[in-house]
Design a protein around this ligand. Sequence first.
Ligand code: TTP
Ligand code: MG
Length: 389
Amino acid sequence: MILHIDMDAFFASIEQRDDPRLAGKPIVVGGHSRRSVVATASYEARCFGIHSAMPMFMALERCPHLVVVQSDKAKYAAVSSRIMEIFNDFTPVVEPVSIDEAYLDVTGCERIFGPPHNIAMVIKERIKKETRLTCSIGGAHLRFLAKVASDVNKPDGIFIIEQDQAQEFIATLEIKKIPGVGKRAMEQMEMLGIHTLGDVNRLSPAILQQKFGKFGNRLRNFAQGIDPSTVGADGQRKSISSESTLETDTSDMTFIKQQLLAHAQRVGRDLRRQELLAANVTIKLKFSDFTQITRQNKLTAPICSSSAIYREAVRLVEKTAMTKKIRLLGVGVSSFSDPGTPVQLDIFESTERKEEKWETVDKAVDKISSRFGNDIIKKATLNSPDKPS
Ligand code: TTP
Ligand code: MG
């Protein structure tokens, strides 16, 4: 049995918990500038149609008495770690997938904690007792169904799909509720008259493959109650990223590079703090018309230095056609490995000396940042528009 656990209105609930004046009120977490976007909205704010990623000015239009709370990532990360530790008390097979959600494989825990619904109740009680926060839990024998299930009784709910009820649930499951279905695929499905997973069975495998490629195969498997993905037990995040909405839309490459460097430094520091190497670098760009793209590069040798992340991010941006101004940009890394293994030691040996020097610099920067705060040190490039060092 796989459980998917997702905290309710995570950032907003933490702020409401820590300031009783905010309890029961429509609040959002995000930046104060009108150009900021909503990171998350309390359930009271959601009644006004406010949601994550909505521009702040729009949220304020929908609810003029909305309280905007400045985001405090360090605080949320600390709560997140606490929650992940709690999960580890139930099973060693925990896969955190974002700051507020994780998959747990609880097969074999039933002898200690009882049936899945009981396990979910006990986990909810522990979280509530230790963090004063609520979460929602979904359970199923298939990973994708567990994720769908955690949303069914959100907030503060539990929904378990027993194996013998799965096929019935799948037949009427709306395609838009399935994780990973993009807007374009969704539109194409609608055009073909496909609304539920049950409808997918009506399409021939050839059509599915032709129209939706690999994703078509996955959908077909889901429709037939097949999901081979298991819960990764390494207990590590699968990606680390940093992004921000710019004060004004821009196409100024010097400025864009400065921003990329700041994000690369943040991501690099997180990566090194967790003693990981990453083999994948991603950039995210949102343009002035709110369209968004991500681009990624798979590296031959994994990295952890901020300058290497920066270099890859710049390369990706330079390959992207910039027909519109940029509104938001972000840098992320994924495909982690642990530098402690012999394979990675080989990689270190083959790494250019220059890169190693940067890693030494990065470590010194990390040490100082952790004592004096993130903004104390910036590479010269951040302050001067000269060529990146
Ligand atoms: P979510 O779990 O997607 O949202 P949530 O926990 O706020 O609300 P829900 O009850 O629906 O689960 O994301 C977790 C946190 O991640 C969220 O509190 C804030 C942050 N986040 C962003 O910063 N930007 C985003 O676009 C999203 C979706 C989330
Ligand atoms: Mg959540």
